[in-house]
Design a protein around this ligand. Structure first.
Ligand SMILES: C[S@@+](CC[C@H](N)C(=O)[O-])C[C@H]1O[C@@H](n2cnc3c(N)ncnc32)[C@H](O)[C@@H]1O
Length: 316
């Protein structure tokens, strides 16, 4: 079965918006400005969630093994659950966030027990997903059908060596495809609004890491050097425009509370971000090894204790 975006144009879009600057919140600043910015922030957050949901629905298939790189607090758990994936591995650098992933996965945060348990086993890893040995450490969980990296790809772009390492890790973890179309890494680029707002709103997911610009014309050949070919790339404005033609995604946007005047909303939330999918073509790494399907899930659990978190460091 093909992934949902296969019928879409794969021609790269030419622009991905301006470089993201890091700007500081000025406590003495104009309160009207901040109010506008907070409205923009929440509009953008809803829109980003919709884009991630659509991208996941287009990419994931029942039973997929998914690696969520730089997962934050696993805010996409429910999205993956709806896609009926079979195994979920996350890696994140912030220990507190990984602990939050654990309580979220276990349902401990849901005091009213409104939602049923997730149907797939999970494995949580705390560490730097760009570390040279990530692929070794993760080898027991691989291969993955999907490697997802949402709003985080740019953190590994401080130097070419780090960018190469991140791409090499992703390439090593993905499963070769039976029909040449099976592997994907998805990313919706990066956000910067949190830097502007974190002092004011004390955002729980604010990240104190430098954010680097990833020029797409540099990214593409570098990724291709690791067998990762671009199959789908759009800027987020194009993406919204295209998928809002489908009633099912209009309904999804309504449910997320993001439905309004989309053109206006997009102008309000600011610059466009890249949305793209990569894959490893069949034949580039030999035949797929389907026998690994069950073994890797053994590393996962349906209920996670603190001891189940795997900590990796550069000394591993
Ligand atoms: C903007 S958040 C995105 C979180 C999540 N992917 C999402 O879409 O909600 C970026 C996350 O990347 C994590 N991160 C940054 N650099 C990392 C690295 N080298 N290895 C693992 N995680 C990293 C941060 O701790 C943070 O949780």
């Amino acid at each position: 079965m093909k992934r949902g975006y296969e019928s879409s144009s794969s021609s790269p879009s030419s622009t991905f918006g301006p470089p993201q600057s890091r700007f500081k919140y000025n406590p003495e600043g104009d309160s009207q400005f901040l109010e506008d910015e907070s409205t923009k922030f929440f509009a953008r957050k809803k829109l980003n969630n919709w884009i991630k949901s659509v991208l996941i629905q287009l990419s994931a298939r029942r039973g997929d093994a998914v690696m969520d790189l730089a997962c934050g607090k696993a805010g996409d758990l429910i999205k993956w659950d709806k896609a009926k994936i079979g195994y979920y591995v996350v890696i994140g650098i912030a220990e507190g966030s990984i602990q939050d992933c654990r309580t979220r996965y276990n349902g401990d945060a849901d005091h009213h027990q409104r939602r049923k348990k997730f149907t797939f086993p999970a494995h949580l890893i705390c560490g730097d997903c760009c570390e040279a040995r990530s692929d070794d450490v993760l080898a027991n969980d691989a291969p993955f059908d999907i490697c997802s990296c949402q709003f985080a790809l740019h953190y590994s772009w401080s130097t070419e060596a780090w960018a190469r390492r991140a791409l090499a890790n992703v390439s090593a973890l993905l499963r070769p495809g039976a029909e040449g179309l099976e592997f994907a890494m998805v990313s919706t680029g990066y956000s910067s609004m949190k830097n502007l707002l974190k002092n004011k709103f004390h955002l729980e997911d604010a990240v104190d890491c430098p954010e680097w610009i990833v020029p797409f014309h540099v990214f593409k050949p570098l990724a291709e050097g690791y067998d990762l070919d671009i199959v789908f790339v759009k800027n987020s404005h194009e993406f919204v425009h295209e998928y809002l033609k489908k009633p099912v995604y209009v309904e999804l946007m309504r449910r997320l509370g993001a439905l309004g005047d989309c053109d206006q909303d997009q102008r309000r939330v600011g610059s466009s971000l890249p949305v793209f999918v990569l894959r490893v073509e069949e034949g580039e790494r030999g035949q797929p090894d389907r026998t690994q399907g069950n073994r890797r899930r053994d590393n996962g659990k349906m209920h996670l204790s603190k001891e189940d978190i795997l900590y990796i460091s550069s000394e591993n």
